[in-house]
Design a binder for this molecule. Structure first.
Ligand code: BGC
Length: 773
């Protein structure tokens, strides 16, 4: 949402679009970190410092600390941000990555404002800053939390030296409906994988504690239930029963809180009829009381003002009252607190104690971050950090590890480097704009065409676009960049392009067909009614395959698409998501076998749009679909997805054996240890993601058919066998029961499966028994 009069981002190359991973060996050694780590201020110190400041503040200064403004003049009075900062009437600035502007504003806050309270500079550092990592759904496909943590540590370092000290990430909304455009920004459909990715990202952004040098404070978002928007339409209402909310949607948020996240961003939408940004139950009872969050809450952009638009608040004053009493500490951009809180206090409607509580939590984060001692970015090292070749390498590794091989009939991949001619076909095959939703300093990447040309310097590579695609409803910033003005190819031109593509395919030994979505087709405000390949891509696909030439399909997209036809007719399909700065290079690395793909789907892949919402961890009905008679299935189509959650192939094959449980029965507080052997049975090295699923057979509530409760990505040399170990304890076995309205571990029988996806067949069972049994 961009109600600023001018582009919210000062830097022309920066856009509100496009997210994250890397080498375990590049991981910052905890010991090294701890060495540079200042001691965390203790609670008493923080409270004393905050109280002392609060005691000196005027009401305007208090309101300032809970007001976040943009970098451009605001409101009908054209108030200059610099003036507001000088007067202590702004506590934070968002949407600038202009280091000089950030420095200047911070100097004003620290030197010229009465209380010298430094500003927080917030920005959507979602999957990289200058060096762009794959979008979050891609990073989640790596099933490699260590890599994801490293990626976010790099993003945090680049942002922090530039002066940005607050990331509006990670986005951890569970998404079970790929029509929802923001599925690209999260870790998919599963609470366990989502929690692992949430934890990794918070640690990457913040380091082991707030105030770790060269890190930023994170903001886990969007609290909560945003991914369940009705019909997959962005911003639409979510209706989520409490058991689903706590068992699924809140789990990644809890992981982020347990990892010490400093801030939480409240969501836009109505949650069970009460907007999330004015929802007392959600923000006070659940977030603070039940989940133990101790930082501060920032609204989503304009969400406080929007409480009126929702038909919830009567007017802006009421909206401010509702936001504050619900516990939204800071108002992002809407000026609703700025203009209304004084009136509310003066009239006695808002007790000063509530305002003080809101301010106290903001100041406490600033103190804990060490912002008073280190208000500035490390501009002297900015160039070096942003141009660090290791950062660029990390984006390439992340992209390689994020790719998912969906099909590989007859060993179509890897391709041989001896190939002499390749037709590269597809509307975005030559596009550098493949970094996806949300980028900061740059959104330009190595295209697939460029990656292939570099990989095959001596081959004849012919590129044909083959057609075109476009959003029907453009985004405002596309218009700024003149994209609206670029007309879509006419039907006739597209026909000519398809014919050209067919000719190019016929001339080549192999075809690399690059299909998917333009970067602006997924992300915020990018929901789609259909998962079909946009534009004329399906026709292009069928025409190129009809040439009989060997075709490799590379997908660049932010959500699962309807590729059912391709899944039957194209021998090799590689899901690359939006792969980040080194995308084209990493794709070529994988296509030519220099890297063996090992990613797995973090979402269930539907066959057609009508199957959504679709997810693996559903409950059974009284009439399971595989039984005869009236069953829970479609009368006109299969219910099974195209690819199951957790699925992904490799250039080698793996075998699982020797599933061992150290006990057959444990007490509700006990821990069960599980081990399994995984062996690389093929001729090349590769990674397998070993996945553990469980099912509770009976209890106070129906439980999902399967639930992921452990995973590990393991690298195996040809012929190598490793033993992988998991443990199941309270965290894995508990669920929130709608009958007892509490977290329970029930004394019941359980199944356990281990394998390479959610259809794993290696099975065992165990029981949870009362300690006295
Ligand atoms: C998005 C948030 C984002 C904020 C600031 C909103 O429209 O929903 O995810 O952090 O803008 O850019």
């Amino acid at each position: 949402m961009f109600p600023f009069t001018e582009s919210p981002i000062a830097c022309p190359v920066a856009r509100r679009m496009n997210m994250f991973a890397a080498l375990p060996l590049l991981l910052l050694a905890p010991a090294a970190l701890l060495a540079q780590q200042p001691a965390a201020p203790d609670d008493a110190h923080v409270a004393a410092r905050v109280d002392s400041l609060l005691g000196q503040m005027t009401i305007e200064e208090k309101i300032g600390q809970i007001t976040q403004i943009g970098p451009s003049p605001i409101g009908p009075d054209n108030l200059k941000p610099e003036d507001l900062i000088r007067e202590g009437r702004a506590g934070s600035v968002l949407w600038t990555i202009d280091s000089a502007q950030i420095k200047k504003m911070q100097e004003i806050a620290v030197n010229e404002s009465r209380l010298k309270i430094p500003l927080l500079f917030g920005f959507d550092v979602i999957h990289g800053y200058k060096n762009v990592f794959p979008v979050p759904i891609g990073m989640a496909s790596s099933w490699d939390p260590a890599m994801v943590e490293h990626a976010q540590a790099i993003a945090a370092e680049e942002a922090s030296v530039s002066g940005v000290n607050w990331s509006f990430g990670p986005m951890v909304d569970i998404a079970r409906d790929p029509r929802w455009g923001r599925i690209v920004e999260g870790a998919g459909e599963d609470p366990y994988l989502g929690a692992a990715m949430a934890r990794a990202q918070v640690l990457g952004f913040q380091g082991p504690q707030l105030g770790t040098p060269h890190h930023v404070v994170a903001s886990v978002k969007h609290f909560a239930g945003y991914g369940a928007a009705e019909g997959g339409r962005d911003y639409d209402a979510s209706y989520i029963p409490e058991e689903l909310f706590r068992n699924v949607y809140l789990r990644p948020f809890q992981a982020a809180i347990d990892a010490g996240v400093g801030t939480v961003m409240s969501a836009y939408m109505d949650l069970n009829d009460v907007p999330a940004s004015g929802n007392v139950w959600l923000l006070r009872d659940v977030l603070r009381h039940d989940m133990g969050f101790r930082g501060f809450v920032i609204s989503d952009a304009w969400a406080v003002a929007s409480l009126k638009v929702h038909g919830f608040a009567r007017d802006p004053e009421d909206a401010a009252w509702r936001g504050l009493t619900a516990g939204v500490n800071m108002d992002m951009g809407s000026e609703t607190y700025l203009h209304n809180v004084a009136k509310l206090v003066e009239s006695g409607r808002l007790p000063m104690t509530v305002l003080d509580e809101m301010v106290r939590e903001v100041l406490a984060v600033k103190v804990r971050m060490g912002l008073f001692e280190h208000p500035y970015g490390d501009l002297a090292s900015k160039d070096k950090v942003l141009n660090d070749p290791e950062h660029r390498t990390a984006t390439r590794v992340a992209a390689q590890r994020s790719m998912v091989l969906l099909r590989n009939e007859g060993g179509a991949l890897p391709l041989k480097k001896a190939v002499r001619s390749v037709a590269v076909i597809g509307p975005i095959a030559d596009s550098a704009d493949i970094t996806g939703s949300w980028t900061a300093e740059t959104n330009s990447a190595v295209s697939v065409l460029e990656g292939l040309r570099k990989k095959l310097p001596n081959a004849r590579i012919e590129f044909v676009r083959g057609g075109d695609m476009q959003r029907l409803y453009p985004l405002p910033w596309d218009a700024d960049e003149g994209k609206k003005a670029t007309p879509l190819m006419s039907a006739e031109e597209m026909n000519r392009e398809v014919a050209k593509a067919v000719q190019a395919a016929k001339r080549a030994e192999i075809v690399v067909l690059v299909l998917g979505e333009r970067a602006n087709m997924s992300g915020e405000a990018a929901s789609r009614v259909s998962l079909a390949l946009p534009g004329n891509q399906q026709r292009l696909l069928e025409a190129v395959v009809a040439t009989g030439k060997p075709v490799v399909l590379v997908l660049l997209n932010g959500r699962p698409l309807d590729i059912s036809w391709a899944a039957e007719h194209v021998p090799a399909i590689l899901e690359a998501w939006y792969p980040g700065s080194e995308g084209g290079t990493a794709i070529a690395d994988v296509l030519f076998g220099e890297v063996n793909p090992g990613g797995k789907l973090p979402v269930t892949w539907p066959r057609v749009t009508g199957q959504v919402p679709i997810y693996y961890n559903h409950n059974l009905t009284h009439a399971p679909e595989d039984e005869p008679g009236f069953t829970s299935r479609y009368a006109d189509f299969v219910t099974a997805p195209l690819y199951p959650f957790g699925f992904g192939l490799s250039y080698t094959t793996f075998a699982f054996s020797n599933l061992q449980l150290d006990q057959k029965s444990i007490s509700p507080t006990g821990t069960l240890h599980i081990s399994v052997d995984v062996e690389n049975r093929g001729g090349v090295a590769g990674d397998e993601v070993v996945q553990l699923y469980i099912h509770q057979r009976a209890g106070s509530a129906s439980r999902p058919v399967r639930e992921l409760k452990g995973f590990q990505r393991v690298a195996l040399a040809p012929g190598e066998k490793k033993t992988v170990r998991f443990s199941l304890g309270n965290d894995e076995l508990k669920f929130w029961s709608p009958q007892t309205r509490a977290w329970v571990v029930e004394t019941e029988e359980f199944d356990a499966w281990v394998g390479g996806d959610s259809k794993a067949t290696l099975h065992s069972e165990f029981k949870v028994t009362a300690a006295t049994e």
